[in-house]
Ligand binder design. Structure first.
Ligand code: MG
Length: 159
């Protein structure tokens, strides 16, 4: 059996927070606002895995109302979610994601980000692809006020 999943997330970009994408700190003068570390890429990937497996969504696993998830490392959140999904017999075929980010440039960080995500999930970096688009100066992304991510995954499970 194969199942496709989709995840989406958006975080405001604010001063005084680190920009974290896929568990990698990217030097920038703003970062994601959020209850956890705000890693918008890992949040979208987590929701794609949960959507494909039908096990819920990231908010049901890690409610933002819980004080213990304050500034939590999202690699830990994704790892716990993947343990649940994998425990239900699912394997990852591939993950694909699009980051909507006006600045800074993402391309120099792509290989490190894919490697970081692969480490969290215990898969090969070749099973992950991440690309970035700007907002062309339009909307909150284009104005540099937010970063958004769309992620898809394909899961397989022996019939
Ligand atoms: Mg989020």
């Amino acid at each position: 059996m194969i199942r496709v999943g989709m995840g989406y997330d958006l975080h405001r970009l604010v001063s005084g927070r680190p920009l974290v994408l896929g568990g990698v700190h990217i030097p920038f003068d703003k970062g994601e606002d959020g209850h956890s570390d705000g890693d918008v890429l890992l949040h979208a990937i987590a929701d794609s895995l949960l959507g494909a497996s039908g096990l819920g969504d990231i908010g049901s696993f890690f409610p933002p109302s819980e004080p213990r998830w304050k500034d939590a490392d999202s690699r830990m959140l994704l790892s716990e979610i993947w343990q649940q999904v994998h425990g239900n017999g699912w394997n990852i075929e591939n993950i694909d994601a699009v980051i909507a980010l006006e600045t800074p440039k993402f391309l120099p960080w792509r290989d490190a980000v894919c490697a970081s995500i692969a480490t969290v999930l215990g898969i090969s970096p070749e099973q992950i692809f991440v690309k970035a688009k700007t907002g062309e100066g339009c909307d909150a992304v284009g104005q540099g006020e937010a970063v958004a991510v769309w992620a898809t995954c394909l899961l397989s499970r022996p019939d």
